[in-house]
Design a binder for this molecule. Structure first.
Ligand SMILES: [Zn+2]
Ligand SMILES: [Zn+2]
Ligand SMILES: [Zn+2]
Length: 146
């Protein structure tokens, strides 16, 4: 079991919930997949190996993972809600394509520092932040010179 899974087991216990076999499987599948994952994609990955696990279980487990700060929600563009690993992962921000839903990972130390400076000016202590820039990716922007 890796650190994220251990952490989740503790989180579940604190909430007086049981770490069921099905929950454990959903967690394992989620943690085994890097990148940005929609709930439907996660569900079909789970279903391939464990057809007995229902959509509701996947959905509930994913929400618990989010609550435990192991998963984070990337974007909410219409129905395309995506999740990624948060625990033990490097911070980054996103450029999100409104057409195809692609998320490009970006990080710029200057922007990060500027955000901290801005918060400080307001006497504000940052716990976390999320920068999402919406628009159209190269493929979708209409420039058909591929
Ligand atoms: Zn950032
Ligand atoms: Zn696109
Ligand atoms: Zn990301």
């Amino acid at each position: 079991m890796n650190r994220a899974a251990e952490y989740f087991t503790r989180f579940i216990k604190q909430k007086n919930l049981r770490m069921t076999k099905q929950r454990e499987i959903v967690v394992r599948v989620f943690l085994g997949k890097e990148g940005h994952l929609g709930i439907d994609e996660l569900y079909s990955l789970v279903k391939k190996k464990y057809p007995e696990i229902g959509y509701a279980t996947v959905w509930r487990t994913l929400n618990l993972l989010k609550e435990a700060k192991i998963a984070s929600e990337v974007s909410f563009t219409g129905k395309k809600r995506k999740y990624e690993h948060l625990f033990d992962h490097k911070h980054h921000d996103h450029l999100i394509c409104l057409k195809c839903g692609r998320c490009i990972e970006i990080v710029n130390p200057k922007i990060e520092q500027l955000q901290e400076k801005l918060a400080r000016q307001h006497g504000f202590k940052i716990r976390s932040h999320r920068l999402e820039i919406f628009g159209f990716c190269l493929r979708c922007s209409g420039d058909k010179n591929e």
